[in-house]
Ligand binder design. Structure first.
Ligand SMILES: [Zn+2]
Length: 259
């Protein structure tokens, strides 16, 4: 049952901007809304170039809380600041739309909005950076996210992540299509962040390509998006007008919908 106290304005924003929201079952939606309310109350949003709006807070929180909606520990406890930017920016020689360090997440707002409007492509800079925040909650970005004491979950975590990364790296070296985006081969932390994007947006692809990794994320996030938000559901959301996709150095895999 959706919470009666959840602001109607926030619900309208979610329905307009965040396609998965409409797909959530009532009990899941209630958990998600509860997380979203506390996330917005706890986090500090800032921007040098944009005036922070309710829509921004709700959409950013939706990305963060999709990951943690079924987790009952405080997963973003180290996070102090969320910074929004009007454009992608240079980091070294790369153009980036998001960054996460130990205490903050920075996101390019138009990119986040555009990627929510184009689900099923396996790209969501919000999921990516908040996955890094979960990974780095213990102070180390190593692709191993802090969670509850669960020996079974953690027994094979690092080897599953390392194996998946090896599959990506080997495929790229052999000029074959990697099982998930090439950038996942960068290090274990990027593997976890990219795999999280796939987990929620191309769950069937991840489950088919890297079943052990899918299973690990399913246990960690306590969600099964391949079943709960199947990708054959037609997404009705319209792409926001005036937004163009930014050109990144990461590759695009246009395999179409998950099969
Ligand atoms: Zn990353």
């Amino acid at each position: 049952m959706a919470s009666a106290s959840f602001p109607a304005e926030w619900r309208d924003i979610l329905l307009q901007r965040v396609p998965f929201y409409e797909q959530l079952q009532p009990d899941a939606r209630a958990r998600f809304e509860t997380k979203l309310v506390s996330f917005i109350a706890e986090q500090h949003f800032q921007s040098a170039s944009l005036e922070i709006t309710t829509e921004m807070k709700v959409v950013v929180a939706a990305a963060a809380c999709r990951l943690t909606m079924n987790l009952d520990w405080h997963s973003y406890r180290r996070l102090a600041t969320i910074s929004l930017r009007a454009e992608a920016w240079k980091k070294g020689d790369r153009l980036v739309a998001g960054l996460a360090d130990g205490i903050g997440v920075a996101l390019c707002w138009p990119e986040l909005l555009a990627e929510f409007a184009l689900p099923r492509r396996g790209h969501n800079v919000g999921y990516h950076e908040f996955a890094h925040a979960l990974d780095g909650a213990d102070g180390v970005f190593d692709g191993l996210a802090e969670g509850p004491p669960d020996a079974e979950l953690y027994a094979h975590w690092s080897s599953i992540v390392a194996q998946a990364r090896r599959r990506v790296v080997d495929a790229v070296a052999a000029r074959r299509a990697p099982p998930i985006r090439e950038y996942a081969g960068t290090n274990d932390s990027e593997l976890f962040a990219v795999a999280t994007e796939y987990f929620f947006e191309r769950s069937n692809t991840l489950q088919r390509q890297l079943p052990e990794l899918y299973d690990l994320l399913k246990k960690f996030y306590r969600q099964d998006p391949a079943v709960e938000t199947p990708s054959d559901v037609v997404i009705k959301i319209e792409r926001p007008t005036g937004l163009r996709r930014l050109a990144f150095d990461w590759d695009f895999d246009d395999e179409g919908v998950d099969g």
